[in-house]
Design a protein around this ligand. Sequence first.
Ligand code: CTP
Length: 406
Amino acid sequence: MNLTGKHIVLGVTGSIAAYKAASLVRLLVKEGAEVKVIMTPLAKEFITPLTMATLSRNPILVDFFNPENGDWNSHVSLGIWADLLLIAPATANTMGKMARGIADNLLLTTYLSAKCPVIVAPAMDLDMYKHPATQENIRILKGVGNIIVEATTGELASGLSGKGRMEEPERIVDAVVDFFNAGKLLSGVKALVTSGPTFEHIDSVRFIGNHSSGKMGTAIALQLADRGAEVFFITGPASTIPNGHPTINVIPVTSAQEMLGMAQRYFDQVDIAVMAAAVADFTPETSATGKIKREADDLILRLRPTVDIAATLGAQKKDKQVLVGFALETDNEVENARGKLKRKNLDLIVLNSLNDAGAGFGHDTNKISIVDSSGALTSFGLKSKAEVAKDIVAAIQDKIFEKRSH
Ligand code: CTP
């Protein structure tokens, strides 16, 4: 399955080729994609929403809101959900509106607000296809980065023969798979990611832990895997882990000591190691078996420092390996981050400041800067953790290629 976990919004417009959208959705689902279908009002005349809903396993979206219960179909959230917007078949009318920014149905508002890539497979009569207006619209769409799967030549619904037939569903799915594979610059690369908190046992029922959710580590692992890397995901007891991804191996651990053991076990064979875990800095000197009883006196816990996993791997690092750490700082942020980068022999350090609203533990957003071992600093705006992961992995990828070229 080449599209596992991919979110695809399929837009179907009012063309006789709409019947082929049924095979298209079936093939996309077979490849592992999750598909939501938006139909233009006219598309419903060519293929029933029931067919499309059954094949896509999701309700069909046509209107801005559901007339029965008033539920709002948000084009913005659809655009955010989607990894790809595929419009097939796309009529001359819809392409014209896309090119000119007209937004008079749910598909068009979704198109205009989507941040994801767009693939368009036109279908129309040969003269409509040839018309300078259509050709100009195709140029505009290509100009804004939309990928056009050109129509093919053959028999058309009008009885005429020429260029205008929508490409076969199998070929459109090939184009979709090729599109996702093109981004796989990390194929053949292995990565280790530590994530989540660690729990340090005080006794059989109590521990010292922290609020790390594992969201940032998970987003990074997914992004590495999306680009083709195989990931060893070593996670403490976090609320978020990547579930069921074919190339992410989840390795659960509890304490800093166990996380270190697993990190060392895999470090030799990986090209990239990302230390996203919020490892406890201290652990109880002794962990009691059973439950410590409440007593009248104070309970004094003696803590000793845990081993620094990032620094341990940094000391063992080979030239071609890329080691990435995080720094959560409150003051003298950049200076402290640069110090940690040196001390732990990292190649990159991702700095998030506790002073930024919406950044850090538990949030779905983060605001980071990346410090390079050369000292260079790049700062990014507040973004979703998935978007932040893209920036981090892009920097890691540059580093890998930089090291390989030396
Ligand atoms: N780290 C680690 N093992 C530890 C502590 C930290 O691998 N025992 C890693 C974290 O995963 C992170 C980086 O080191 O990538 C920096 O963690 P941070 O807690 O900010 O730094 P510390 O070195 O613990 O310094 P301090 O707490 O004094 O700021």
